[in-house]
Design a protein around this ligand. Structure first.
Ligand SMILES: NC(=O)c1ccc[n+]([C@@H]2O[C@H](COP(=O)([O-])OP(=O)(O)OC[C@H]3O[C@@H](n4cnc5c(N)ncnc54)[C@H](O)[C@@H]3O)[C@@H](O)[C@H]2O)c1
Length: 323
C-alpha cells in the first residue's frame, strides 16, 4: 500500500512511517518541520519505499501530487502542544482548520482512504469519565485561547464526518489521548519528556497546579499499532470516531515521583501555579480517561506497554540525546 503521512517527521508520524515501511508499505511524508525534525526520519531516508517533502500541507500543489499517488492518507500534521497553542492561537486555528480542509479536499479528489488525528482535548471540561465517543463535549469559553486547539480539532471531526456522509469519503477520526515515547519533544509543553529531561539534569521538576490532576499515558508503539489497524480496515471504520489511548490513570505528582525514581535522580518537585505557567484564567481538566471498548471491539486492540516501559524508553532516548 502507498501511504501519505502528513506530519510524518513528527513524534507519532515518524514511528508510524517506520512501522509501515517495516511491513512493506511505501510511505511518503509531508512535513514543514515546524515542530517535527529531520532527525526523526533521517534513518528512513535510505529506504527504497520512503520519500519526503518538506512543505506545508497548505501548499496545494505539493499536497495534490502526493495525494494523487497515495492509497491512504494518515493526517497528523497540526499545531500541537499546550504552550504553543497558548502562545500562537492564530497559527493553531489556521493550521488545524485550513490545513485539514486542504488535506481532506485532496483525499476527496483522489478517493484516498483517510485517517484524521483528533484529540482527547475535544472532551474539554467534561467530568464524565471514562470519555466515550458519543458523549457530549464541554468546551470552555472562546475568550480562553487554550480551547482553540480542541475547537479547531472538533471542526476537523465535523468536516471528516460530513465528507463521509455526503460524499462517502472513507475517513476515520481518531481521538488520541496522551501519547508518549522516544522522540517526543518537551519544547511545546509535553509533560513526560520535560520531566525526564529535568530529572536527568538533576534540575527541579516543575509541576503545574496541585499535581492531583491525573492523565493516562499510552506508548507510541501501541498508538502506531492502532493507527496501522485503521489503515487496514477502511470498510469497518469509515465514518466513525475512535478513542485511542491507555486507560490506566496516574496523577501528575505521582508521575513526577516515578520519573525521579526510575531515572535515579536527586531532583526535587517544584509546584508552579497554572497562572504563572500559562497566564491568568488557565483551565485544565482534573481527569482524562478514555473508554476503549469501541476500538477493542473493532480492531481487537488494547495497549500492551506499561507506563514504566514508557518512562524507561524515554529515559534511554533522552540520555542518548544528552551525550
Ligand atoms: N502526542 C500526543 O499526545 C497527541 C495527543 C492528541 C492528539 N495528537 C495529535 O496527533 C498528531 C501528531 O502529534 P505529535 O505528537 O506527533 O506532534 P508533532 O508536533 O511531533 O507532529 C506534528 C507534525 O506536523 C508538522 N506540521 C505542523 N504544521 C504543519 C503544516 N502546516 N504543514 C506540514 N506539517 C506540519 C510538524 O512539523 C510535526 O512534524 C497531531 O495531529 C496531534 O494533534 C497527539
Amino acid at each position: 500500500m502507498k501511504i501519505l503521512i502528513t506530519g510524518g517527521a513528527g513524534f507519532i508520524g515518524s514511528h508510524l512511517a517506520e512501522n509501515l515501511l517495516n511491513r512493506g508499505d511505501s510511505v511518503s511524508v509531508l512535513d514543514d518541520l515546524s515542530t517535527g525534525s529531520f532527525e526523526n526520519i533521517r534513518h528512513l531516508t535510505h529506504h527504497p519505499g520512503f520519500s519526503f517533502a518538506i512543505d506545508k500541507i497548505e501548499n496545494s500543489m505539493v499536497l495534490d501530487r502526493l495525494a494523487s499517488a497515495a492509497d491512504s492518507i494518515v493526517h497528523l500534521a497540526a499545531a500541537v502542544g499546550v504552550q504553543l497553542i497558548v502562545d500562537r492561537p492564530t497559527e493553531t486555528i489556521e493550521t488545524n482548520i485550513l490545513g485539514t480542509s486542504a488535506v481532506l479536499s485532496a483525499a476527496r479528489r483522489y478517493r484516498c482512504r483517510t485517517i484524521v488525528a483528533s484529540t482527547s482535548e475535544v472532551y474539554g471540561k467534561s467530568e464524565q469519565v471514562p470519555y466515550s465517543e458519543n458523549q457530549d463535549l464541554v468546551l470552555g469559553s472562546s475568550s480562553k485561547s487554550r480551547w482553540c486547539y480542541a475547537a479547531s480539532k472538533l471542526i476537523d471531526e465535523f468536516l471528516s464526518l460530513a465528507l463521509y456522509d455526503e460524499y462517502q469519503l472513507p475517513v476515520t477520526v481518531i481521538r488520541l489521548f496522551n501519547t508518549v515515547g522516544p522522540r517526543q519533544t518537551g519544547r511545546y509543553g509535553m509533560v513526560l519528556p520535560r520531566f525526564v529531561n529535568w530529572a536527568l539534569r538533576g534540575e527541579p521538576l516543575l509541576l503545574y497546579g496541585s499535581g492531583q490532576q491525573s492523565r493516562c499515558f499510552c506508548h507510541v508503539r501501541d498508538v502506531v499499532n492502532a493507527i496501522t489497524g485503521f489503515v487496514d480496515k477502511p470498510s469497518k471504520t469509515a465514518g466513525q470516531i475512535y478513542n485511542v489511548g491507555n486507560n490506566s490513570e496516574i496523577t501528575i505528582e505521582n508521575l513526577a515521583k516515578r520519573v525521579i525514581q526510575l531515572s535515579g535522580s536527586k531532583s526535587i518537585i517544584k509546584y508552579i501555579p497554572y497562572e504563572e505557567a500559562y497566564g491568568a484564567g488557565f483551565e485544565d481538566m482534573k481527569r482524562r480517561i478514555p473508554a476503549i471498548d469501541k476500538i477493542t471491539r473493532t480492531l481487537d486492540w488494547a495497549p500492551i506497554h506499561s507506563l514504566d516501559e514508557c518512562i524507561a524508553d524515554i529515559i534511554e532516548f533522552e540520555k542518548n540525546a544528552l551525550l
